[in-house]
Design a protein around this ligand. Structure first.
Ligand SMILES: [Zn+2]
Length: 269
């Protein structure tokens, strides 16, 4: 990933996507917005107790930096599942500038140019997809449930069904999220990963002396990408931990939930 800044708004981009010249995209940080206190300053969540005018201004600022208007954005409806929905120009603005009638969907896909997919995060893993052949995109939210449910596979499958995408053509990126050493879980969750990914590298689920486990969500998402047919040289992993860097990112774990939302943005054109 690379850090850019426009109009005093910093954002991260993936080299793999940037190099194609086919999309506008970015991932926000805590900086460049107008929210205050524990939401300081680029809070992109409308459900975090923030003044809606401030959140709207934050979306306007992010959009200005990325070259995307808020009316062009459509937001996913998070439920920690693996439902992926296809959206079109008719859905523009939903969840950002107008109410959304979309039901639960942690992933969005489209082939509509000028429609920006938006998804919120704070430790969960962002997944970005671009099929430069069929000209289609996807943006997904993969927390631990989504990761164990193989959200990466669900998104690729949805693109294949909707747009005829061939997985070998798709460029995929795993964005900033919680790292293995920060993601402590109990035996139950560790067991869910062990059965979802049998025979995987033992380093992905590390047992600590105190009986707790550390689970590598980046690594498991990368495994799911491979299972979906994504080529190794078509995968970029940010390796930026939101929990290790709470001064740069909002982290759910660090704050116990008292925090703002970051967002990923992806648009064809
Ligand atoms: Zn970390």
């Amino acid at each position: 990933m690379r850090l850019f800044s426009k109009y005093k708004v910093p954002y991260l981009t993936f080299d793999l996507l940037e190099e194609t010249g086919l999309v506008k995209h970015g991932f926000s940080t805590r900086f460049g917005g107008v929210s205050s206190g524990h939401l300081s300053s680029m809070n992109l969540g409308f459900l975090k107790g923030d003044d809606p005018d401030r959140v709207n201004e934050n979306y306007r600022r992010m959009g200005r930096a990325l070259g995307i208007k808020p009316e062009q954005m459509v937001m996913s409806v998070l439920e920690h599942g693996t439902v992926v929905k296809r959206v079109s120009a008719d859905d523009a603005g939903k969840g950002i500038t107008c109410p959304s009638d979309l039901s639960g969907c942690d992933g969005l896909i489209t082939n509509a140019p000028g429609l920006a997919l938006v998804c919120r995060y704070a430790d969960c893993i962002p997944l970005f997809f671009l099929d430069p052949v069929k000209m289609a995109i996807g943006l997904s939210h993969s927390g631990w449930r989504g990761t164990a449910g193989k959200m990466a596979c669900a998104t690729v499958k949805a693109m294949t069904q909707a747009f005829g995408s061939d997985p070998v053509d798709i460029l995929a990126c795993i964005g900033p999220g919680i790292c293995r050493d920060c993601f402590e879980v109990g035996a139950e969750v560790a067991e869910i990963f062990a059965s979802a990914f049998p025979g995987s590298d033992p380093e992905l689920i590390k047992r600590r002396g105190d009986g707790k486990y550390l689970v590598d969500l980046w690594g498991f998402n990368a495994l799911a990408m491979k299972e979906a047919g994504i080529r190794d040289d078509h995968l970029e992993i940010s390796q930026l931990c939101t929990c290790c860097n709470p001064d740069i990112f909002f982290s759910h774990r660090v704050t116990g939930g008292k925090r703002g939302d970051m967002a990923g943005f992806l648009m064809l054109g």
